[in-house]
Ligand binder design. Sequence first.
Ligand code: GAP
Length: 492
Amino acid sequence: MKNNGNVIEKIVSLSKRRGFIFQSSEIYGGLNGCWDYGPMGVELLNNIKKEWWNSMTLRDDIEGLDASILMHPKVWEASGHVDNFTDPMIDCKQCKARFRVDLLGGMLNEKRKKKSVRALNENCNESELKSKIEKLLSENNEVNAFDIIIEDEQLSGLLLQELNCPQCGTKGSFTQARQFNLMFKTFIGPVEDSGSVVYLRPETAQGIFVNFLNVQNSTRQKLPFGIAQIGKAFRNEINTKNFLFRTREFEQMEMQFFVKPADDKKWYDNWKEQRMKWYTNLGMNLDNLRFQNHPENKLAHYAKEATDIEYNFPFGWGEIEGIHNRTDFDLRRHEEFSGKSLKYFDEEIKEKILPYIIETSAGASRSFMAFLTEAYSEEEVKGEQRIVLKLHKKIAPIKASILPLVNKDGMPEIAKKIEEDLRFKFKIFYDDKGAVGRRYRRQDEIGTPYAITIDTQTTEDQTVTVRERDSMEQIRISSDSLSAFLHEKLST
Ligand code: GAP
C-alpha cells in the first residue's frame, strides 16, 4: 500500500468512518492542526501509550511523572525556547498564504527546484553570492543545492524573489523571512499584562528536568536512572500538514535518562537500540524504519549527538521519535536561572555532579499515525475488496467481537452470556446488526483480531467459531474455553 499515493486519503476516510479520528470542532468548519480521537482512536492511542509506559516503568531504574502543562515562564527562558524555538516564516503578499521557509522545498517538485536554482544562478549578479551558488552546484546536484540555499539566509532571500508561490503561483511575491516563535502564549490570573504571560508547554521534557531532584530524593534512585512522562504538548506550527503528522496540539512520550557524564555514549547507543526494538516488537516492519543521524552542524542547541527514528510514510520518511544526548545543558541552565542546585551526590567519588541526560522523545500522535499506516491493507477476497487493519494484537482497539449469527433461536441469549463473561476481561464489541459477512468486514476495518460467532451448532454443543482477522481461518472451540483462549492468544 505504501506506493499508493492515495493511501493517506484512504486512512483519513477510514478514520472518520470507523471512529478513529474526527476533525476538531467539525460542525464549525474545523480547527486547523487539531484533531479529536473517536471511540476506536482513543482505544488505539491509549494502547500505544500503555505499551510505552509499561516498557519504560516496569523496570527498576525508571520512575513516572505527570507534570503540569503550565510552568513558570523562566523555565522557557532557561530551556532556550524563548530565544531559539522559532521557525523562519514567509507570507505570500498576493494570496496571504504562510510558509515555513525550510519546508518550501518539500512543497515543490524536483523540476521546479532545478529551475529555481538555475534562475537564481543566472540572475544573481553579486559576485560573492554567485560564486557561493556555483560552489554549491559543483558540490551537490541542483535539487540538493536548493535545500542548502533555502537554509542560507542571504541566498534564500534572493531565491524567494525567483520562486512562485506554491499556493497561488505568483512569482516573487514573498515577504522577507522572519523568525516566528512556536510557543502558544496565554495569561495566568485575571490581569492580562506582560507580568502574567505563561506558555502552553511545547515539550513535556522541561517538567522532568525541573523535578529531577524531587524524583531522585523521593525514590532514592541512583545514577543511571530515568524519568518517564506522557502528556500533551502545543506548538503553533506555521504549516500543519499530513493529517496527524504535524499538528498544533499533540501528545509526547518522553523519557529522560540521567547518567554519569562518562557513560553518555554507552547509554545513547543503548537507548537507540531499545527504542527501535519497541516499534518492531509492536509489528512495524524494520524496512519501514530507519535512523537519521543529525549532522554536527545541524544539532539542536542542547545536543551533543542526536538521531531521529523515521518511518516511511506514504508521503516520504518522517521523524516519529528523537533520541538526544542533551549533556548537562538542561540541569545547568535551570541551576543558573533558578539559583537552586540540581547536583547529584555521587557516593562513589564523594562529589556533587551534574548528570548528563539521554532523551528519548516519541510522539504518541505521530506513532499512532505510523501504526495506522503500517496496518492499513487492502486485499481481494472472493472478488471483493477487503480493507483490514493488521494492527498488532496488543494495540488493537477491540480484542474480540461477539456476533450471534441471527437474532433468534436462543443465539442472542448465549451471545449475551459470553459477553457478560468476557466484558470485564477484554475490550470486546457486541454486534448483532446486519449480515455476518458485513459484520466481519466492520471488525476487519477496525483491526479486531478475533470474531466469535454463535450459530445453530452452539445451541446444540456450546461450541463457537473463532475467526482470525489476518488469515480469516475459523476454528471451533468450546464457549467455556473462550476466556483462556483469548488470554493466551493476546499475550503471545
Ligand atoms: N524534548 C525534545 C523534543 O520535543 P522534538 O523532536 O521537537 O523533540 C519530539 O519532538 C517528538 O514529538 C517528534 O519526534 C514527534 O514525534 C513529536 N512532535 C513534534 N512536533 C510535533 C507536531 N507538531 N505534531 C505532532 N507530533 C510532533
